[in-house]
Design a protein around this ligand. Sequence first.
Ligand SMILES: [Zn+2]
Length: 362
Amino acid sequence: MKTLRIRKSTVLSAVLSLSSPFLLSLPAKAASFNFGDTAVKTINYLSENLEGRSVGTPKEAETVDYLVKQLKGFDYEPTLQPFDYTFRNQNLTSYNIVAQRLGTSGKQILLGAHYDNAPSNSTLDRSKLEGTNDNASGVGVLLELAERLEAKTTHTIKFIFFGAEEIGLVGSEYYANSLSPKEIANTLLMVNLDSLIFGDKMYFNAGRGATDNPSWFRYRDLALTIAAENGIAAESNPGFNSAYPKGTGCCSDLESFDLIMPVLAAEATNWDIGEKDGYTQTTNPNVPGGFTWHDPATDNRKFINTVFPGLIEERARNYTLVFDQFIDEVNKQSVPEPMSVIGFSTVLGTAGLLLKRRQGSH
Ligand SMILES: [Zn+2]
């Protein structure tokens, strides 16, 4: 078990304030806070104030502004990566938001979560979709991980809030295509956080590339080990459906990366039931069809709190705790030999690999 981490700046100002009455007038920062606190606060804010944040809406733009402001509050200098695309005959621009802490090793870790909601269509009005699970949860955990990360880090840590995931992984694919071969070779892994709350179980999966590069499972294994050490039950896709190989995840931004580098994907669902494809989330009889994906009637705080009281807080805490320790652990490890990554991406080429992703996304 690990004690709560205290940010260095907090310790310093606490020490200074003891020795200098002048500094007591500075705004006090909490000495520590519980795992999941910022994540839950963010989940609530996005659900309540930024519902219907799908591509091309004012709420999408407000969400970008909100996340930039939060990151600045955590001493980051976030940058926006704009990308243009066509959706239903409209020319639109969305943004990936990128915040980083620079490391010393020359290597980097990417952590991502999409902030957009599924858009309305002719049969379903999603202008009030809270998207509490998909994907305020991933955004909340990612933001708290950014808040908790100390300024001093071995590897550069990049937090990326992806736009336009729900219409075909557009933001993450744009980001992945913007990486140079050298940057890909220097990336240890990509972590994807999508839909972390609603489902019978917590999962950690690798990406499709791991089936041909078994060493790429090591980050999945590390996350499972950290969860177990903290008494947190977590599993990996058992592979009952041959279209979704054992130990691999799917159907989210990880697919923009998972053939060119190791990925670690977190999600809550239940891979044992339904079509065994990860889309059926629960056996709970009070959940119509066993899933809540993109449904304004069920992917919201009220419904989740009714069928699974306390689950928002529990999952937000557990995923934040595991990934906070995970970043610490990877920062401590010696850098693995990147030859397999270079060889793989050189032989097959980045663009060709990205075209092979599946249709449909969470
Ligand atoms: Zn999603």
